[in-house]
Design a protein around this ligand. Structure first.
Ligand SMILES: [Zn+2]
Length: 336
């Protein structure tokens, strides 16, 4: 297995995080990366620079107006307003889209995704890491890992949110459709990946299965419920498995088994895993109690599917335990 990351990705360094009525310290920060890279080094996994696949695989899942906005927003933001592009106004319907502030009100969905001077470059490179990992899987490798930062599963076709700008997992999954007939996206991150859900909502060639905390009063709040099943041809190809807050590790693995069964019934050719370490019981975002050993079990269960596994990094904010949790996950995935 090879892994992909470039230092450009760490030039995205958010300074603000507005959530539940308070400005808090950003959690999706460059400090998350060194422990993940240390885990790879410890396991002897080769780390490579992402190859540039250009815009086409990105614009295949994202709206062009949104992409132009992301690329230009920081340049167009008056310096005396603040160092990051961030709105206190959120308007989708009836937005005249006149001026950078109105565009920001449309394209940025919440207070957790400020755009800094290097955010576009970082998000673009993060997506290229996902595509490079997908290339390995398309080329017949059993596993590949994109150390994606910023993460992606909350990014909608035309909106940033939840620390995410470009939907790395969806970009990789859609790209893998060039090679494989059926792609499953398994999302065991603590949060529902509403961006992945929205992108594949009407598709029956990509199955989205998400295990996450009950979205009632928990991000992304407005989606992630069981009755969201897809539409048209895609009806039944979206499976949400929310867990009550405070659920045990054994309950998490019941849901994980349910997810793997759904993927088996779908007869996926390949699994894209939107991997979050924020289910770890000490993570500031955790609403369930996965242990370090749990991540090894998760890796092992994925290996036992016999499917090629394309791992895309999503959340995980307990920096002190990212190295051991990543080490355990990849040991489980790669051993034997
Ligand atoms: Zn998360």
């Amino acid at each position: 297995m090879k892994a992909y990351f470039d230092e450009t990705q760490n030039q995205h360094h958010p300074k603000s995080y507005l959530t539940r009525g308070a400005m808090r310290s950003p959690q999706e920060v460059p400090a998350r990366i060194p422990p993940l890279l240390a885990a790879l080094k410890g396991l002897g996994v080769e780390l490579d620079t992402p190859r540039d696949h250009g815009m086409n695989p990105i614009s295949a899942v994202h709206d062009m107006g949104y992409l132009r906005y992301l690329e230009s927003a920081h340049r167009r933001w008056p310096e005396d307003w603040g160092e990051e592009v961030m709105s206190n106004i959120y308007v989708r319907e009836g937005n005249p889209m006149k001026g950078i502030l109105a565009e920001t009100a449309f394209y940025i969905a919440d207070g957790s995704s400020p755009i800094g001077p290097n955010t576009w470059k970082a998000a673009y490179t993060s997506a290229q890491a996902a595509l490079s990992a997908a290339d390995d899987i398309a080329g017949g490798q059993r596993a590949a890992y994109a150390v994606c930062r910023p993460p992606g599963h909350h990014a909608r076709p035309d909106a940033a949110g939840g620390f995410c700008f470009l939907n790395n997992a969806a970009i990789a999954a859609n790209y893998l459709r060039d090679t494989y007939d059926k792609v499953a996206v398994l999302d065991p991150d603590m949060h529902h990946g509403q961006g992945v859900q929205e992108i594949f909502w009407e598709r029956d060639d990509v199955l989205y299965v998400s295990i996450h905390g009950d979205p009632t009063n928990f991000y992304p709040v407005v989606s992630g419920y069981e009755d969201e099943r897809g539409a048209g041809r895609g009806y039944g190809f979206n499976l949400n498995l929310p867990m009550p807050h405070g659920s045990s590790e054994s309950f998490f693995f019941e849901k994980f088994d349910e997810a793997l069964t759904a993927i088996r019934l779908f007869e996926a050719d390949v699994i894209v895993v939107a991997l979050g370490f924020d289910t770890y019981y000490e993570d500031p975002q955790a609403k369930v109690s996965v242990t370090s050993e749990g991540f090894q079990r998760m890796g092992k269960l994925l290996a036992q599917t016999g499917k090629p596994i394309c791992v895309i990094q999503e959340g995980g904010y307990d920096v002190d335990h990212l190295e051991i949790n990543a080490t355990n996950f990849f040991e489980g995935l790669l051993k034997d």
